[in-house]
Design a protein around this ligand. Sequence first.
Ligand code: ZN
Length: 207
Amino acid sequence: MQAAGADLLHFDVMDNHFVPNLTIGPLVCEAIRPHATIPIDVHLMVRPVDRLVPDFAKAGANLITFHPEGSDHVDRTLSLIRDHGCKAGLVFNPATPLAWLDHVMDKIDIVLLMSVNPGYGGQRFIASTLHKIRAVRARIDAWKAQGGQDIWLEVDGGIKVDNIAEVAAAGADTFVAGSAVFGAPDPGGGYSEVMSRLRDSAQGASA
Ligand code: ZN
C-alpha cells in the first residue's frame, strides 16, 4: 500500500464485543511496522479501550482513534493516547452525536467519521454522512479560528473513486479506502492506479 502511494496505513481493530467481528491486534501492527515508513493509523473498535492503548503505542502506532461508547472516560483515554506519543482521535458511528466533541476539542488531533456502521468491510457509503462531515468541518474551522490546533477530518467506509470528490467537498481531508483499493487487480498496478485516481478526485474537489 505504501508503494502504491498511501499516505497512512489504516488498521481496523475489531473485538467481537464492541462490533460483531474479529480482526487483528498489536502483534500484527508490530509485524507491519518494520515494513512501513508511513504512519500507522489504528482505529480501535473495541471495548474497553484503555488496556490496549499502550500495547498499540509500543507496537508502532502513530495515530490511535476510538469510539466514545467504548471508553468509560473519554477525556482520560484521549490523554492516555497522547501520553504514549500518538495522535489521538474520536470516532463517530452514523448514529453517534457530535456532542462528544464539545468539551475535548483541545485533546483531539483527528476526528474520524464512520460512513458505514462498523463491523464489516465492503459496505456502501451512507449518504447522510455528508451532512455530518459539513458539521464537523464547521466545528474544526471555528475551533481553529479561535487559535485551536490542527485537527484532521477523516472519513471511513464505502469511499470509492466515484464518491470521494463529494466527501472531500463536504470538508474531509483524510480518506480511508479498503475494498476500493484491495478490490483492484494487483499485480498489474491496480492498487497504485486506484490510489492515484482517489487522490486526483479528492484534490480536484477540494481545490
Ligand atoms: Zn476504520
